[in-house]
Design a protein around this ligand. Sequence first.
Ligand code: B3K
Ligand code: ZN
Length: 870
Amino acid sequence: MQPKAKYRKDYRTPDFTITDISLDFQLDPDRTFVTSNLSVERKTAGASHLRLDGHSFDFLSLKLNGASYSNFEKDDESLTIDVSHITEDKFELQIETGLNPAQNTSLQGLYQSGDGICTQCEAEGFRQITYMLDRPDVLAKYRTKITASKAKYPFLLSNGNRIAQGDLEDGRHWVEWEDPFFKPSYLFALVAGDFDLLQDKFITKSGREVALEIYVDRGNLDRAGWAMESLKRSMKWDEDRFDLEYDLDIYMIVAVDFFNMGAMENKGLNVFNSKFVLAKPETATDTDYLDIESVIAHEYFHNWTGNRITCRDWFQLSLKEGLTVFRDQEFTSDLWSRPAKRIEDVRLLRAVQFAEDVSPMAHPIRPEKVIEMNNFYTVTVYEKGAEVIRMIHTLLGEEKFQKGMQLYVAENDGSAATCEDFVSAMERASGVDLTQFRRWYSQSGTPELSVSDEYDEMHHVYRLHVSQHTPATADQLEKVNLHIPLKIELYGEQSGEPIALQFEGTEQHNVLNVLQEHQTFEFHNVMHKPVPALLCDFSAPVRLDYNYTNEQLITLLKFAQNDFVRWDAAQTLFNNELRANLSRYQSGEALAFSEELTEALIYVLDNADKDVELTALMLTLPKETEFAELFKVIDPNGIAIVREFMLKTIAEILRGRLHEIYVRHKCGTYQVVAEDMSKRALRNVCLSYLAFTDLGNSLTYNHYKQADNMTDTLAALSAATKAQLPCRDQLLADFEEKWHHDGLVMDKWFMLQATRPDDNVLEIVQSLLNHRSFNFNNPNRLRSLVGAFCGQTPKAFHAIDGSGYRFLVDILIKLNETNPQVAARLIEPLIKLSRYDNQRQTLMRRGLERLKGLDNLARDLFEKIEKALH
Ligand code: B3K
Ligand code: ZN
């Protein structure tokens, strides 16, 4: 039977709801018994059949109002109970199920991770535990009793507060939990295991004490401190900036090694991929530290935007995810560097979200049609969703935005809301008309803004002509005009002086409201021809087309006040350089490096000390996958060759300057502080170039040997691998010997191996599937070896003999059985076939067809393959 799609337009309020649920778990990895007592309430008079979701367990018994009951129908995904004879509006159900967590490789529902047992219920995992109205608009109070072996599982955790516990005579013990807050089933969590526990506390602004607990595998306590500090910073920030306070007396985080994504915001009991908890200087890079802090923050912020106010249906996912990403971005920006955070986010958006918009999976941030919900936890829903919130913030300003937030919370606390509820609150609290803006929620695709300008020297008038156009996407052919906030600045062409924006003598706001297909904006008293800085801070998720000359870009790079604009000018220069050389390469001409880019880079290096962090970012060459997004049809070989040419040329021309900076920016003992992180970033980007010079081998070798932290260790290892230095094999072997017992650290090593520039990289990857640290059932390992090869090594993955595609398809055939959710992530590079030449398309299509022919194709893969082959 073909999986069926669900449509947003078909939403109906449920006929029944569940007000209370009491769960009893008799836990054992091989045989767990769950008894669920549901208090059901009929909401629609006359509703006669209650359909509960559930699959992948043994259904053992059903009782209705205390008596055994058999008037039901059961299929592969549900149980439909005939309640036509019940005249009261309230009744009780008791359901017994049996499951096998140890065999559950899908890592959804109840499963074993290492020696522990845990749950993952979002989006629809609860129904793998027991029958339930498993939809986010059914909010119930939960009581959970867990019984298990005390020796194997000394900690038994669930949501809310611990209300009772006891020991049994047979060596088992039990704990009972009660969550006072109404919640949807996707926020339910249970964890059992033996852990080391880090404890702390937080006093909320109203003076309540909250116990903070972080559970990690035994032996990892020395890696939990950063996560705890991050949690406390998050709690404080949410009080300060959003006036939101934590509501329970306890907040727990458990780190597990087997996890399909980053983390999960279950009420009061977050479950985390250990990658986003564990850090110490020897094992985690600066980037890891920042990532951990932002994921901890993200999950914490969900307590309000997600848990207290949840989603009415899964089409509204961006209501909680877009908003919570926006909040975590703001948190990181407030604590660290706003421009650096913005640059990181924009890079992701351009490289991955823009690519999704031109893929078969294109969808609006509020999708219209879904087969498998897990396929919609996308960069579009998350990151573009956050951009949409950010645009609202730009249009309203901080003060009105916060008023809007307060109204949204006041109106929707304790309920399941929609994106419309949010926008409407923002609109009413601020008085800003968001009628046209709402289209961002329903229109997919990346808008293109074409800008041209004219300068009237005589009257000192400057005009910007702005046109918008959104190309058709796979899911939606017709497009409408959006409300696009376009933030601009003007600079003197010669002096680089900022020019005030005026119209008829009055100052103009620098955020232009682009509403129509064609619009002209006029500025007066512009005494010299200006250079426009367009889309400052990336004020909207659009592609901007303005015909910048390299001179104009260099002016912006040198003088713009907005750091994002300076960085973006450097990016555009790199992009222009790559484009020019790619067409040289494709027509068989010699490659050449432009004087202008050389001049710009010299300027950047000579001014490095003014802003070390921005310098590091400006010097960073876009990745192959970032360059690829400049083209409709991607030439993976050409891009790899030209990019390496650029790397080597920059290294040669600027060798002296790079080396001087490298030597001068050495840090003392490792510390996670902004100043040192910037220095390390700059020094390591210098090293990534210098590796390609005559200094490369000794510099890289010593860098590795002298490193007292993972940031520098990995920078050396990466430089050695990318530049294929003589010291490479020795360093890789040394690292492996030291860390082979530690999967998280080995992920870095697997990723380096998977992205080697060597011609035989696929062979290496294949043999590493048997490496002692590799584990096919661990999503982190799979992502760092298979995911990195397919997604980050385009030249080898798209090898013209089809070997990369065959490799991925073979892996996916296995994963289709064991973990379809991870399979559906890994297939992404294969479904983007329309971006490649005919020969590659044919090969990619063949791979997809092979998968389509599988007997038991999971709906996760089915949905993507169907779209790709369409
Ligand atoms: N809400 C979870 C993601 C769940 C993904 C389910 N496939 C983590 C987060 O966004 O915070
Ligand atoms: Zn989230």
